[in-house]
Unconditional design. Structure first.
Length: 715
RNA sequence: GCGCUCUUAGCUCAGUUGGUUAGAGCGUCCGCCUCACACGCGGAAGGUCGCAAGUUCGAAUCUUGCAGAGCGCACCA
């Protein structure tokens, strides 16, 4: 018996050594598996694209959970003989990454991005992204992820950029991408547009002011943002509101806080007569709803009174003031003019930017949009329908199932997708202008063309992930062989951001689904159930955890009993528990290998031993079904229970007198049984605890492959 | 407002299509250095499965109502 078994199991030295051996073998690459004869060339395929972690720093426990789950499916399928591909990659995460660097530069050098310029900023971000990438790759390997590194991709590398430009052009040519002046969510802090889903609403108490524009204006109006009223072009009332009927269609002039305004009273059924005074002051340039109402009544959109820095642009006392200051000044003015009628507290959901925390200012901007309610040429369906159909029909299966309802509900409410961002890091909008001419897709030859300044929403490129990673738009063998992918595993929090967009992009581009099953894991929280965050200091770093307890222990702790779609709690105590389990397995192996050294693996089994073998065969079947049906939390628990409480507590204990006894036939039978059970246990446990099982397997007399990663899954 | 989920042992959670005395981990209590393992072994206590009604031969599991917790979407000026 190897000497290593005389020491307690030491995961830290073992795990890094084993991963190096795996990498050297090349067997994470399915082509190499075929070449080495461990996988049939025509075997069915199984593929997963790793959700690319953002290059914004380090991985957290949520990533560790994702890796554990995906690696379990990958290793299981590989052992079952599938041509198994798991592609790694990272995401440039446009806004998130740029804002990390901008903050850093601001703090260290006191400069903003305009002080540095586009080129210099991108250089700095590039350096950071590279460092961050290296850290992440190291973490992925530490967790034991059996990724095919030869196929690694980055959402912003040349191949993926080419894919992005190609899809953009195709969508543009199909009439599904348009440019238009719309009210967008402007983040004054991040100096960019953000999408509806990047908004977080915070409930606050605000003042609701009831006022009149002037002494002779007949309708009182309620507002929480008096400063915007200098940009008003009208007042809307409900068509049936008896109080205001007589004023509909009338026009008024006033000078509001030094600013001359012209107001038209219109009737619109969107107005709720019960709220406030039942009359809405219309500020089309600074409110989405007002924009729409103004649209319907052909009122001007042109009156802009707030700029990108959330400062007032009107002449007079408000000029250059921040909106918050201007608000107080307008209220003062209303009071002094005797125009303020009421001031009351009201609850308000204020829109803030998820990434920067800035208060979102609705502004009209020229932006690029993907139109979701227009028929896609040749498909007879809109993008929205193409996103809904596969989920409704079950062509795409979501685990847990109830998220299908959430998904459908969300898509049904989907509006056009604003894809342009006013930041520099990312895929630059592939559109070039020269006077009235525009060119889309690739840069045109010739003089005088200038490219659009904006970049694309990061989800535009991650939406292509399942096929851009396989070489599209080239018609590669990989694409033909591994797409659609089998599983997409990610947190339920990006169901809409990412899953929905992948379905949209893939349906449009390839006319197929991107994946057959979506497995959604929950959030990983701390022992008290709080979200892990830097500010709380309750983060567990997967690297620290692996160093302390081993990646195997961390993986088990994350997986056992953790049902899909449900948040879980993790603590060092829990992980410690599974590091003890690893040690238990180590000791089981020591005992079996020690006491069965010359076991004859062909000796007949006694009746009792045959039964014990049948028991693990039943367990194998159950476990296999559990994994196939995505109940890995249960498969893991069953293996834990079997190993400790059946194999160790019962079978090994009962074996001691047999092995020490005088009945040579019983002894031989039991020795064979123990070796066989250990062999099975290692194989069944391998997807969950890859390192320790591989390490023990290397000492097994039952080895039928060089490495456990490609050993056969038992029947 | 629309939608989704949860409520099971002190704590954290399982319980697959309704079927025998409801499970695990951690914790608690008692006893053990037994020649694989003290990162261990043996044993014990602990639950009217949120509440109420219904369907059923049978409900933690299905239906309805109520109470509490969480989440998503939309959003009123």
């Amino acid at each position: 018996m190897p000497e290593k078994f005389l020491q307690p199991y030491d995961p830290t030295t073992t795990e890094s050594r084993i991963y190096t051996e795996w990498e050297k073998s090349g067997l994470f690459n399915p082509d190499e598996c075929v070449k080495q004869g461990v996988t049939q060339a025509d075997a069915p395929t199984y593929s997963i694209m790793l959700p690319p972690p953002n290059v914004t720093g380090r991985l957290h426990m949520g990533h560790a959970l994702m890796l554990a789950i995906e690696d379990i499916f990958i290793r299981y399928k590989r052992m079952r003989g599938f041509r198994t591909l798991w592609v790694p990659g990272t995401d440039h995460a446009a806004i998130a990454t740029q804002s990390v660097i901008e903050k850093q530069i601001k703090k260290e050098e006191g400069k903003n991005r305009h002080d540095l310029g586009r080129e210099e900023l991108l250089k700095r971000i590039g350096t950071f992204a590279t460092e961050s990438h290296d850290t992440i790759v190291n973490q992925l390997k530490t967790m034991g992820a059996s990724l095919d590194w030869s196929r690694e991709a980055f959402t912003l590398d040349d191949k993926r950029s080419h894919a992005v430009r190609t899809v953009f052009k195709q969508m543009f040519d199909a009439g599904l991408i348009y440019r238009g002046l719309r009210i967008v969510n402007w983040d004054p802090k991040g100096q960019t547009t953000i999408s509806d889903d990047e908004i977080v609403y915070e409930e606050r108490v605000a003042k609701l002011y009831t006022f009149r524009y002037s002494k002779d204006f007949p309708i009182p109006v309620a507002t929480t943002r008096p400063e915007t009223k200098v940009g008003d072009v009208g007042v809307a009332v409900h068509p049936d509101d008896a109080r205001y009927k007589e004023f509909i269609g009338k026009e008024y002039d006033a000078v509001f806080c030094d600013v001359p305004i012209h107001l038209t009273v219109v009737a619109d059924k969107e107005v709720d007569p019960a709220f406030g005074t039942g009359a809405v002051g219309l500020t089309p340039a600074h409110s989405k709803i007002d924009w729409d109402i103004a649209d319907r009544h052909e009122l001007s959109h042109e009156v802009i009174v707030i700029n990108e820095y959330a400062k007032m642009t009107v002449a007079g006392r408000l000029e250059g003031k921040k909106t918050t200051e201007a608000r107080d000044m307008v209220v003062e003015w209303l009071k002094s003019e005797g125009l303020l009628e009421k001031e009351e507290d009201t609850k308000q959901n204020i829109a803030t930017a998820e990434r920067t925390g800035g208060i979102v200012e609705p502004l009209p901007k020229m932006q690029w949009f993907v139109e979701v309610n227009k028929e896609v040429p040749g498909r007879g369906k809109t993008l929205k329908e193409l996103m809904l159909d596969p989920v409704r029909s079950g062509t795409i299966n979501i685990v847990p199932e109830h998220f299908e309802k959430t998904y459908v509900h969300w898509i049904e409410n989907l509006r056009d997708w604003c894809i342009s961002r006013q930041i520099w890091y990312g895929h630059r909008v592939p559109v070039w202008y020269k006077g009235e001419e525009i060119a889309v897709g690739e840069e045109p030859s010739g003089e005088g063309w200038t490219q659009d300044e904006d970049t694309l929403d990061t989800w535009f490129s991650s939406g292509l992930w399942t096929f851009s990673t396989l070489g599209w738009p080239e018609q590669t063998e990989d694409l033909a062989r591994y797409h659609p992918t089998d599983l997409l595993e990610t947190g339920y929090d990006i169901l809409f951001f990412w899953i929905a967009r992948m379905i949209l992009m893939t349906e449009f581009t390839l006319g197929t689904i991107p994946f057959k099953t979506v497995y959604l894991h929950g959030l990983v929280r701390d022992a008290q159930g709080r979200k892990m965050s830097k500010s709380l200091g309750n983060n567990l770093d997967p690297l620290d955890v692996a160093a302390k307890f081993g990646a195997d222990a961390a993986r088990m702790a994350l997986v056992v009993g953790n049902t899909p779609g449900t948040d879980m709690r993790i603590s060092e105590e829990k992980i410690r528990g599974y590091s003890r389990f690893a040690n238990k397995l180590w000791n089981i192996s020591r005992f079996i290998l020690e006491s069965t050294q010359n076991a004859d693996l062909d000796t007949p089994l006694s009746a009792e031993d045959t039964e014990l073998l049948a028991a693990i065969e039943t367990l194998t079947k159950e476990m296999t079904t559990d994994i196939e049906e995505f109940r890995i939390y249960m498969a893991a628990e069953k293996m834990y229970h079997y190993t400790w409480h059946e194999l160790a507590d019962k079978i090994i204990e009962e074996s001691k007198p047999i092995l020490a006894g005088s009945d040579a036939i019983a002894r031989a039978s039991r020795a064979r049984l123990l070796v066989t059970l250990l062999d099975r246990t290692l194989r069944l446990l391998h997807p969950f605890m890859p390192f320790i099982t591989e390490e023990i397997y290397q000492s097994m007399p039952t080895k039928d492959s060089k490495l456990l990663i490609v050993a056969k899954w038992p029947k």
